[in-house]
Design a binder for this molecule. Structure first.
Ligand code: SF4
Length: 540
């Protein structure tokens, strides 16, 4: 993210500015869930938390407008109003980032860029036209930028040179800048960094391996700010590993629970965590009691050799199926990420993922082909081995339809075909329904009691559409009603969650054909004899 820091409290001598924040558009991917968003009348899943955090860090006198391009276009009067344009984004947003920078420069506006893409590849051609590059975490680099403006400088690059800021001074993000009704979920951040050392991970490069957390009071104040703005739905804790610092997570959770109890459990939380969550009964209980309904686990693959190759050894300590079951039995729904294309991977990796997902029942299993991200240990190793596929698209970021950006140790076509087959098997509509049903039968009933809330028209409409499509129109109708009745009889407490997951089928049905088409097109465009990495690179 652009960053965070105490600059908001001291405005110094910079003339108050009109700063236009632009958050670039994401390409449509598996993660954008358009069909689900359409159902519930929202535009985007999550807000640009990094940008609203940066907004809170700038001098209070500055006037700020924020346009999330995933919600709407920048208006002519906003361009005319702006004196400075601030753009931040991730690798997958780089194309639109370049477009927005160019539009600002056509209007002779100074442009500052930051965020994960600028921090990892500040010399990327997409950023060439930007005047200021504010890299790394902003607690450190935003004050440098403000000081440069005070000196009248018109360009520069500010880097934290490896320093990691204390996040306990980070102010409450400016959630008021967001068009709240456009988002499905709000987000907050408790910690940055992760203690593990996965070879492909850029989080530990950006934020370090010593997790830094906010204080419980800080995070509760952020929740209160959302509550005061009228937010009453889901909140995603964007931490890459919420339990990276277990002690501090356990200090936070009772405070969230108290906040929730006093207000009738207005928020349902989700987050990301490492698989060792399953070893900590106390943590799972505390999360459930605070109403954490979902957790995303980076399982990556059930193949132990691949996990070791990827240095994801924490996933090899205990059986992964049992870990998923324990978390589910604690009333927390598991979502999981899977990767195919590791070095030394044996044929059939895709099928083994399908078997694992089917066995555990995980409804939302995200799959991608391994991507080397700039500055990661994987990138460095592949570069040294001469295996990166160089060129303008070397770093594409994780997207469900990107082929690997390096020469793998088995034919890329085999990996791509296995990937398409696995993806299509996982999201075949009947198989998906079977899995969701088996999963929610195992799910523990919630112990928290949310205040009763009348369903909105949007909810009723969404329900009617799902019932019409899955329960009447399609040939899934038999299963749909059998499973609805089965769930109502056997585990009625989770019926609503079950229905929501069934609704996700709307997205998967469409996305399945997109994945198939886009990957097949790329495979057809490959040179006839795509070389694989040298045999001697294969681990013993
Ligand atoms: S557990 Fe997740 S966040 Fe931590 S290093 Fe591994 S991939 Fe990165």
């Amino acid at each position: 993210m652009f960053g965070t820091g105490p600059t908001g409290s001291h405005s110094k001598d910079v003339e108050p500015m009109h700063a236009l924040f632009i958050y670039p558009e994401f390409p449509k991917t598996f993660w954008s869930y358009e069909k689900i968003l359409e159902l519930v009348n929202r535009k985007v899943l999550l807000p640009p938390l990094g940008m609203v955090t940066v907004a809170a860090l700038l001098p209070h006198e500055w006037e700020i407008k924020l346009v999330d391009r995933n919600v709407r276009e920048v208006k002519a009067e906003e361009w005319a109003w702006a004196e400075l344009v601030i753009i931040s984004g991730m690798i997958v947003q780089k194309d639109d980032m370049a477009v927005q920078i160019a539009r600002a420069k056509q209007r002779n506006l100074p442009v500052a860029v930051g965020g994960p893409f600028a921090s990892s590849t500040p010399d990327a051609p997409e950023l060439d036209l930007a005047d200021f590059k504010i890299l790394d975490e902003g607690e450190i680099t935003l004050p440098m930028f403000i000081e440069a403006l005070e000196r009248g400088e018109t360009g520069g690059r500010y880097s934290a040179e490896g320093d990691k800021p204390d996040v306990t001074a980070t102010p409450i993000p400016r959630f008021d800048l967001l068009q709240l009704d456009a988002y499905d979920s709000m987000s907050v951040q408790f910690s940055r960094g992760c203690p593990f050392n996965c070879e492909f991970c850029d989080i530990i490069v950006l934020y370090g391996r010593k997790p830094r957390t906010k204080t419980p009071e800080q995070l509760v104040a952020e929740l209160q700010s959302l509550y005061d703005l009228g937010w009453r739905r889901s909140v995603f804790l964007v931490d890459d590993n919420f339990i990276g610092n277990k002690r501090n997570a356990k200090l936070l959770l009772p405070e969230i629970r108290k906040f929730q109890e006093e207000r009738g459990y207005p928020f349902s939380f989700s987050t990301e965590a490492s698989v060792d969550l399953a070893d900590d009964e106390e943590m799972m209980r505390m999360m459930h009691d605070a109403r954490f309904e979902k957790v995303f686990l980076g399982i990556e693959t059930p193949d132990e050799a691949s996990l070791e190759t990827a240095r994801k050894v924490q996933n090899t300590r205990n059986p992964l199926d049992a870990a998923v079951d324990r978390i589910t039995a604690n009333g927390i729904g598991v979502m999981a990420g899977f990767i195919i294309g590791f070095d030394g991977e044996r044929d059939g990796a895709g099928q083994r993922i399908v078997e694992f997902v089917t066995r555990t029942g995980i409804p939302a299993a995200m799959m991608g082909m391994l991507q080397a991200l700039p500055k990661t240990a994987l990138w460095a190793r592949l570069e040294e081995e001469g295996r990166l596929i160089q060129g303008e698209d070397a770093a594409k970021g994780v997207n469900q339809t990107n082929l690997l950006n390096f020469k793998p140790t088995r034919p890329i076509r085999d990996i791509a075909n296995e990937y398409v087959d696995a993806f299509c098997a996982l999201y075949e509509p009947n198989a998906y329904m079977d899995r969701v049903y088996s999963y929610y039968l195992k799910m523990a009933a919630p112990r928290w009691k949310a205040a009763p809330k009348a369903p909105s028209w949007v909810d009723i409409r969404a329900l009617a559409i799902v019932v019409w499509r899955q329960g009447i129109k399609r040939n899934t109708r038999g299963r749909f009603w059998r499973y609805m009745i089965g769930m109502a009889r056997n585990n009625p407490a989770v019926l609503e969650q079950f229905l929501v997951m069934l609704a996700h089928n709307e997205h998967f049905i469409e996305y399945r054909s997109i994945v198939q088409r886009e990957i097949r097109e790329q495979v057809e465009a490959l040179p006839p004899e795509e070389p694989t990495a040298q045999k001697e690179l294969l681990p013993a």
